[in-house]
Write a protein that binds this ligand. Structure first.
Ligand code: GLP
Length: 260
């Protein structure tokens, strides 16, 4: 696990975009794992800028969303399919046919979750998975007590997550209780994982995920088992880390040949 503490969202977005750009240049048909929430938005803005300004090419790229609400009407502005389209994919030249998400309106939920796992596998697996983290330590919508080996499935949201996400909806009552999410086992299969956390409200989750035990009470701690996980945090999100000085020292003295 590499923990990188930066001064704010802009340098974090720029570093994450550098990794995605480098991936696309060496593998134009790369499979990107797409997250929602506020944390990845600066990365999507930076990628849209690089597409516009430098011609960064997404024409062969593929995308798989992490998660989705269950029960929102098709086209609902807060469905993650819509959020990803609005915030990212329609701003670059990725083909809409190459962007996939769990189907929160499926009649056969278990069957559609299995099909989603198959689609990720058939695409060759996720090359780079972007992640945020919830204030309760969730990644995707894998709430505490999720199986560390879980695959894409339905989950029930914890009230804290519904309250956190109510800001995107008109009221708390409009936030669905059920969601589909890639499992923790699914996320662990991605070749590279980049988790972004900013702000003091994430300090506890960041500490638990980086320095706590690997435990289902903090689902993001499963990333300690991932061979290539990069944790990008600002000063506020890093404020509870015991080994913050060590992470700073390691990054400042990183061998120049080592990329993210
Ligand atoms: C939602 C998403 C997660 C995201 C989390 C944190 O619950 N399902 O993927 O990481 O929110 O969101 P934010 O980045 O807005 O704090």
């Amino acid at each position: 696990m590499e923990v990188i503490i930066l001064s704010g969202s802009r340098p974090i977005a720029s570093l994450a975009a550098d990794a995605i750009e480098a991936l696309l240049r060496r593998k134009p048909g790369a499979v990107l794992g797409l997250a929602t929430g506020s944390s990845p938005l600066p990365v999507y803005n930076e990628l849209a800028l690089r597409h516009e300004r430098d011609g960064l090419d997404f024409s062969q790229a593929r995308g798989f969303a992490l998660d989705e609400y269950v029960g929102l009407p098709p086209g609902h502005p807060e469905s993650y399919r819509e959020v990803i389209r609005r915030e990212f994919t329609e701003r670059v030249n990725i083909s809409p046919a190459n962007v996939h998400g769990p189907d929160g309106a499926a009649e056969d939920i278990p069957g559609s979750c299995r099909a989603y796992e198959d689609a990720i596998r058939d695409a060759g697996g996720v090359d780079l998975q972007l992640l945020g983290v919830g204030t309760d330590g969730h990644i995707g919508f894998n709430e505490p007590a999720s199986s560390l080996a879980s695959r894409t499935r339905i989950k029930t949201l914890i009230e804290q997550t519904r309250r956190d996400n109510a800001r995107f909806f008109g009221s708390l009552a409009e936030v669905p209780h059920h969601v589909l999410t890639q499992g923790l086992g699914t996320i662990l299969d991605a070749r590279h994982v980049i988790l972004i956390a900013t702000g003091a409200q994430k300090a506890q989750s960041v500490r638990d995920l980086v320095e706590g035990p690997v435990a289902a009470i903090c689902p993001a701690s499963v990333l300690q088992l991932h061979p290539h996980a990069t944790i990008l945090v600002d000063e506020a999100a890093a404020s509870s880390l015991r080994l913050a000085d060590y992470y700073r020292h390691s990054y400042d003295n990183k061998p120049s040949w080592q990329r993210l």
